[in-house]
Design a binder for this molecule. Structure first.
Ligand code: NAP
Length: 323
């Protein structure tokens, strides 16, 4: 069992920024990275709107810079996932990872959100065989092929633009006649010679042959007309759901699963803070997640500062409280 002053669960912009702040404040900090350093942003090819990069940057570069900056101040990184937490007995909090156990004086939860699936026949069966939720990861496999992108928000349009680097043609299929995405992105897709728009249309089934995506069944929601269209790549960008299942009923959640926080970024448990997409369903930007991570870290630093005299030394043996 290890002791920590600050345990950060998740390593997207929120978690990495929090780590820069808590480690620089001389608080012993471990970041439990989870499956993917950087979270969603690391699968985003072009990042054009993160301040201080006049020519843009890439998600992986942004994340690696943040990680290196946190490490420079002494933050430790554990490339495992959290499997269990116990916030019920107050600080210090028990956190179990794949191969380790921690008692942490404070926890900052930054495990973000996961891509939504369409839940239609043929989708799950063809994940990694034509169906994808990550253009940066899988776009390369569809060089010179027909690509379909499902969704009408910023993610769908931005990733469709990225996929034009690979595909012969990219068709955006959206269930309404209006996009939700920003006007700037709408202009870019409408003017793009490789992008076709299929509005008022939903996909009823992903069709495959020999285990590989070959096409889909489409339906116009206004006329009811149905037809089949060949496609090789089927990319779904229809929003995200928060990764809050791990906390069960230990943290107060909104009806849609997002973690509830106060103005100090503290959750319903004193000493447990949250930042980024685990609580934010609205802004969902790398820069807002970073800002959140900073605020949660400052609150954790303050929380520890107010209790400094009561905290156990980090090398003291851990005494587990009775269950
Ligand atoms: P989103 O804004 O929630 O858009 C989801 C899209 O998927 C909507 O067009 C929605 O259609 C459609 N959709 C949802 N469920 C569907 C279903 N079952 N079948 C078919 N279509 C479905 O999600 P997002 O695009 O991932 O963006 C999330 C947030 O991140 C937003 O706040 C966005 O601004 C932000 N973001 C920003 C950037 C950027 O600034 N560069 C990039 C990516 C994301 P309806 O429109 O009909 O509801």
């Amino acid at each position: 069992m290890k002791r920590e002053r600050v345990l950060i669960i998740g390593a997207g912009p929120a978690g990495l920024t929090a780590a820069i702040y808590t480690a620089r404040a001389q608080l012993s900090t471990t970041v439990v990275v989870g499956r993917l350093l950087g979270g969603q942003i690391s699968t985003t090819h072009e990042v054009e709107n993160f301040p201080a990069f006049p020519n843009g940057t890439t998600g992986p570069e942004l994340v690696e810079n943040m990680r290196a900056q946190a490490e420079r101040f002494g933050a430790k990184f554990l490339y495992e996932s959290v499997t269990e937490v116990d916030f019920t007995k107050g600080s210090p909090f028990y956190v179990k990872t794949d191969n380790d156990e921690f008692m942490a004086d404070t926890v900052i939860v930054t495990i973000g959100a996961n891509p939504r699936t369409l839940n239609i026949p043929g989708e799950k069966e063809h994940i990694g065989r034509g169906v994808s939720y990550c253009a940066t990861c899988d776009g390369f496999f569809f060089r010179g092929k027909d690509i379909s992108v499902i969704g009408g928000g910023d993610s769908a349009l931005q990733e469709a633009l990225f996929l034009t680097k690979f595909g012969k043609e990219v068709t955006i299929i959206h269930r309404r006649d209006q996009f939700r995405a920003s006007v700037a992105l709408q202009f870019r897709v409408k003017d793009h010679p490789k992008i076709k728009l299929q509005m008022d249309t939903v996909v009823d089934e992903v069709m495959g042959a020999d285990g590989i995506v070959k096409g889909m069944k489409l339906r116009n929601v206004k006329t009811g007309e149905t037809w089949e269209k060949p496609t090789d790549g089927f990319f779904v960008f229809i929003g995200y759901d928060p990764n809050s299942v791990l906390f069960g009923e230990q943290l107060k959640l909104r009806g849609d699963g997002y973690v509830v926080i106060d103005e100090m970024h503290q959750t319903s448990v004193e000493g447990v803070f949250a930042a980024g997409e685990i609580h934010d369903s609205l802004f969902r930007q790398a820069i807002t997640a970073s800002g959140d991570g900073c605020k949660a870290a400052l609150s954790a630093i303050n929380w520890i500062g107010e209790r400094e005299s009561q905290l156990q030394p980090l090398d003291a043996p851990v005494e587990l409280q009775p269950a």
